[in-house]
Design a protein around this ligand. Structure first.
Ligand code: FAD
Length: 529
């Protein structure tokens, strides 16, 4: 690997600059930049790199206003350019204004405090240092609005939501939430100061920061979040019905949502469901698809594939908290597989068993696809991959709650049995090959650290969030079901905390939440065939 990839890689949310790209990137850029000139041999830079990556991840949604870059001055090709920028010490932090017409060496940040929150606030200040002429094109206004601006909007109908963050002058929450939501459509966020008495009186706000929400239909109310912190406000607003991430990568303003809350291209109404439930219809539809569609493309199973299939059937037969007819079917399939001395099984034989032979004795798995919690706003979104995640979360939770369930299977001593089965299934059979590759990379990097069934539950949760983070705003995202870091504060407020202005998970609480959410008692039979 090159020196650059030692500290920062393409997987990180930073932009890796080089002598070949840095000038053309910074001159006349549509966004402002904060660039760290570092040296890959400098111990301090190495120690600091996790903070820098965390910062870049934290402000990723601001990237159409200000971006985070890195340039490795220890790389031979970059020697000259670092000289030209006058970099004497590492790391050096430089800000570059948007729309700078000619090459300039940027403005150095000399502060000793390089904590994430401090640097993030400096980024906000730096954005505000732009003038009307060089203001980054897609950056929303960050200045506070006055009572006179806001009061006339109250009670008015509109084609989108307006959220008003009312806060003290030294607070950054409003500006951070404005930037967090800049990639979203269906909503405008404004800020106003607590000193605007006529506004605070009219809205009945007396503690700060608070958020007030004006709905498109003219109704309005204070926004109730469990903790009045940036992360809570931002995630609440991102999840409003009708608010979704702009799909365009340019970040250019898009048409407001006029068609109503579900937007264009929606064929039929969504089935009613609750986010706080898991649906058996999804799990059974997923199993049906997996057995009769995905696996059925394999004519015979042998070797590693057969072993993977057997382990998969073992794990579901023993752990799936399903209807009797389905569990019986899985158990019988397992007995049959175990009893067969064959090294190669034609998949047709399995299908015949599942579709015909077992039905006679009342064991069956519906052959309808019925997505409920996994329904998409149009065909091709969500569905099967959603059900597969759901299934494996349910199975890891079952393995943690019923320690004896895998007795006499050969998997009972292994706290990673479910995850290893999932990993092998994904690599060998999951139709999305790219997904399998990514999942395998994550497994190689961190699965060995999992030492208990509880850690297995958390590992899958953490990796799923990593995937959500990578896919947010891409074509895989159903605009009506935006990819968020899950569980969002509305589902589990006590899972979230803030330390030094940075969002952190309370993992003990997350574990409890996962066990409840994916536990057998939370699986709803609604909409089942
Ligand atoms: P999903 O991500 O499928 O999640 C389903 C449900 O699980 C959510 O509705 C929510 O209720 C819950 N949930 C969400 N996050 C978590 C969490 N952290 N812990 C527990 N529960 C959670 N697509 C790609 O385009 N590229 C990929 O590389 C890729 N890799 C994948 C790897 C695997 C192993 C799988 C199973 C799928 C992968 N996909 C990938 C598909 C993608 O992750 C989604 O499944 C798909 O886009 C459908 O998304 P969704 O909105 O239904 O939510």
């Amino acid at each position: 690997p090159s020196l650059t990839t030692r500290l920062y890689s393409e997987e990180d949310p930073v932009v890796i600059l080089t002598s070949a790209t840095v000038k053309q990137t910074l001159v006349n850029s549509s966004t402002a930049w904060l660039v760290q000139f570092y040296s890959s041999w400098c111990g301090h830079c190495i120690q600091y790199s996790p903070t820098w990556k965390a910062l870049a991840g934290d402000v990723k949604d601001w990237e159409h206003a200000i971006r985070i870059g890195v340039l490795d001055c220890a790389q031979e090709n970059n020697f000259d350019i670092c000289k030209e920028f006058g970099i004497h010490f590492y790391p050096t932090f430089r800000y570059f204004k948007a729309r700078g017409p000619t090459f300039d060496v940027g403005k150095t940040y000399r502060g000793a405090d390089r904590e994430l929150q401090t640097v993030r606030q400096l980024m906000v200040n730096f954005l505000q240092n732009h003038t009307r002429q060089d203001w980054p094109v897609s950056c929303p206004p960050l200045e506070p609005y006055s009572s006179a601006d806001i009061l006339p909007l109250i009670g008015q109908k509109s084609n989108q939501y307006t959220a008003v963050i009312v806060e003290n002058e030294d607070s950054y929450v409003g500006r951070e939430v404005i930037l967090d939501l800049m990639m979203y459509q269906g909503l405008t966020v404004k800020r106003a100061l607590s000193s605007e008495r006529s506004l605070t009186e009219k809205l009945g706000i007396n503690s700060f920061p608070s958020a007030y929400l004006l709905h498109p239909n003219g109704t309005h109310a204070i926004l109730h979040v469990q903790k009045r912190l940036r992360f809570f406000f931002s995630s609440f607003l991102k999840l409003l019905l009708g608010v979704h991430r702009k799909l365009s990568t340019s970040g250019a303003p898009q048409e407001p949502l006029l068609e109503g809350p579900r937007g264009p291209g929606t064929a039929e109404a969504l089935k009613d469901f609750e986010k706080s439930k898991v649906y058996m219809a999804d799990l059974e539809s997923g199993l049906h698809y997996l057995l009769r569609v995905e696996l059925a493309t394999h004519q015979t199973l042998e070797g590693e594939e057969l072993k993977t299939f057997k382990d998969f059937v073992t794990v579901v037969a023993k752990l799936f908290p399903g209807r009797q007819s389905v569990v019986k079917l899985l158990e019988t399939l397992l007995e049959w597989l175990v009893s067969l001395p064959l090294e190669k099984i034609p998949f047709d034989a399995i299908l015949d068993l599942v579709n015909n032979k077992m039905r006679i004795s009342g064991m069956f798995l519906s052959d309808q696809l019925q997505w409920v919690g996994c329904q998409g706003s149009r065909v091709g979104l969500r569905g099967y991959p959603c059900s597969l995640w759901t299934l494996f979360h349910v199975l890891t939770v079952q393995a943690a709650s019923r320690p004896d369930a895998l007795a006499n299977t050969g998997l009972e001593e292994n706290p990673k049995a479910v995850l290893q089965t999932m990993r092998k299934y994904i690599v060998n059979f999951f139709g999305c090959q790219e997904c399998g590759k990514h999942f395998e990379e994550m497994a190689v990097a961190s699965l060995p650290q999992v030492k208990s069934v509880d850690q297995a539950v958390l590992w899958l949760w953490r990796k799923h969030n990593q995937v959500n983070g990578r896919l947010a705003g891409t074509m895989s995202e159903d605009p009506h079901f935006p990819k968020t870091q899950w569980p969002s504060p509305d589902l589990c407020p006590i899972c979230h905390e803030e330390q030094d202005g940075i969002h952190v998970w309370n993992e003990d609480t997350v574990l409890m939440f996962l066990k409840q959410h994916y536990g057998a008692a939370n699986i709803s039979p609604k909409h089942m065939y």
